[in-house]
Design a protein around this ligand. Structure first.
Ligand code: GDP
Length: 181
């Protein structure tokens, strides 16, 4: 992590493998193929950086919890991710992605606990809004927020497929990175 380039201000995206992180970053960038979308979960093992026009940086951290990677290696990444999240001074906001279809996993809850305990500013983003049937949405929104121990209004729902919530999230990101001078 010490090799990351200097940046005036950063936001990071984290989430478990297959949560839809690459698809979301592509949708935010409004440019296909900016982030590599993988069919095999957990292919994004590297840290991808995207510089924005304001000179702020979007940091795409490796997905956690990919079962096919040996535990020893996985533990190494997870330590690195947490180290970055807790220590990086330039980091203004962590967007924690939670799969809207399946809700928070144990690893998601652990990540949120780490961030909360260490007072790292974070926002929960629920992905794959289009995969939740409209008849189930209200219940799902309530349950997901409860599982993450936040109020419903504090969860941003998005879909890379339908475009729901993408503009709001892009505005939130730009608002933070726009602080860069
Ligand atoms: P990553 O491992 O977190 O980077 O996840 P990907 O972006 O590679 O997405 C994992 C899988 O979920 C892929 O099959 C995507 O096509 C699918 N996916 C991602 N976002 C959405 C979404 O908003 N809606 C739906 N229906 N599928 C999605």
């Amino acid at each position: 992590m010490s090799t990351l380039p200097e940046s005036p201000v950063e936001v990071a995206f984290v989430g478990r493998s297959n949560v839809g992180k690459s698809s979301l970053i592509n949708a935010l960038a409004n440019r296909k193929q900016l982030a590599k979308v993988s069919n095999t979960p957990g292919r994004t093992q590297l840290i991808n950086l995207f510089e924005t026009p304001s000179k702020g940086t979007i940091v795409d951290l490796p997905g956690y919890g990919y079962a096919k990677v040996p535990g020893r290696i996985r533990a190494g990444w997870e330590k690195m991710i947490v180290g970055y999240l807790l220590e990086r001074e330039e980091l203004e906001m962590v967007f924690v992605l939670v799969d809207g279809e399946i809700g928070p996993t144990k690893l998601d809850v652990q990540m949120l606990e780490h961030l909360r305990e260490n007072e790292v500013p974070h926002t929960i983003v629920a992905t794959k809004h289009d995969k939740v049937k409209s008849s189930k949405r209200e219940t799902r929104k309530r349950d997901l927020a409860a599982g993450c121990e936040v109020a419903q209004k504090d969860v941003m729902w998005v879909s890379a497929s339908s475009g729901v919530g993408i503009d709001s999230l892009r505005n939130a990101v730009n608002g933070i990175l726009g602080k860069a001078k």
